[in-house]
Design a protein around this ligand. Sequence first.
Ligand code: GAL
Length: 511
Amino acid sequence: MSGSFLNFIVRLVPVGFILLVDICSIFLEIKKEEKMRIRNIYKKPTTLGCNAGSRCCSISAVIWSLLGCLLLLHLYSSIHLKTGEGREFQPHLSHRRRDLYHLPQLRELQQVEEENIQLPPPKGKRSPRAAKRRRRRITPLVDEFLDEDSRMRHVFFPGNKSAIDPMKHAGNDSYYYYPGRIWLDTNGHPIQAHGGGILYDEKSSTYYWYGEYKDGSTYHAHKKGAARVDIIGVGCYSSKDLWTWKYEGIVLAAEEANETHDLHKSNVLERPKVIYNDKTRKYVMWMHIDDTNYTKAAVGIAISDTPDGPFQYLGSQRPHGYESRDMTVFKDEDGVAYLIYSSEENMVLHIGPLTEDYLNVTSVMGRAFVGQRREAPAVFKHQGTYYMITSGCSGWAPNEALAHAAESILGPWETMGNPCVGGNKMFRIATFLSQSTFVLPLPGFPGSFIFMADRWNPADLRDSRYVWLPLIVAGPVDQALDYSFGFPLWSRVSVYWHKKWRLPQGWSTFK
Ligand code: GAL
């Protein structure tokens, strides 16, 4: 018998019991009233006009009892579907989750870690920008985070002293991720791979991390424009252990002279992602290409024979003839790859398969989250189900992440709620002060992934930090879904906050 069926039966037992008790009491009530009726048959009718009286009472008793049952049923299912914020819900675990939870290597990653962030009392004088944000009711934590003079700056952006330096941390200290701290490459320089993604290259058994190389100065092109850094290019790093990263250089560089070129430094190149095409044997990069004001809204494509570049830029397009801003690509198990992009003024997310050579989109396109303004998509798959994490649209400012699931990548997609677990409420509704960019499967532990996100620093974008956290797919969802009538169809997606964590031992031997 499958776990979910057992779960279903277990849920039904108490409800069935309540129903049985109710039916019995209704039956006894009717019997009692029948007796009364026989006894009263020779008496005068009541003024209530309810000779009828006893039948009336029986019918109302039935109606009230049924209503009571429905209420109990509703209460029961809502209590069982609600897990409570940041709490474990072990008694209600599915088999899959129990397996993952009891794997000693993964148990630690699923511990709920509180984070008691104490906000300082509001300062007498705040910048007009902060006041405006307060009026827009951004969470006080995000407000504090965006305040360049915040007394908590060192909490959000810890300094050089606490940098992770894989070349220096040895022994017991190695392999730990510290979300938000500066992370150095093997040359001792802060990693520059923002809005990035990771490719596992089977040929060389090596991971390649590609992202925005933003080591330039931050400025505003216009008073109202978003903070920006001129395009420098796509940074590439390689690693065998996902912790020690060797800088491989800028694999797609900005164009210095030609002002009409997409990659001219005054433009925008964001969220580069690379996938490997087994048929053409090319590494194919897709990226968001825009002008300074984000009005071009296009995708760029580049190819290379090797994962460490150089990539040759092929040009840009508006996929399916639509605007494209935040985007990602996803290569499915059958080799079909998809482009997923925020479109229609960021109101709708589009998903469409690529051509066989991965150099174009086909005419097929699905629309998801219509009117919901979702961006920063990160897609992954587990046991035949597609999952996605998205953020809301608030520029460099963090907001609440949502997890979604679908049986077909083209949709329909269903929203399951905020995946963040731990921290505190303010921290969770700000995705631990970060924004999704990629989800990487962890070999050997099906259902476990690394959630990769950016903690943007709009005051100095080059100093934006990486928030990597364990993501586990398991257990029932904790919010009622649109189509499931109270019984979860999807597994819950959880991103666990940890100040410090490392991958489960032995993970790399599964590759
Ligand atoms: C965000 C987006 C980032 C970047 C930023 C610019 O909404 O996710 O990739 O485009 O806006 O403000």
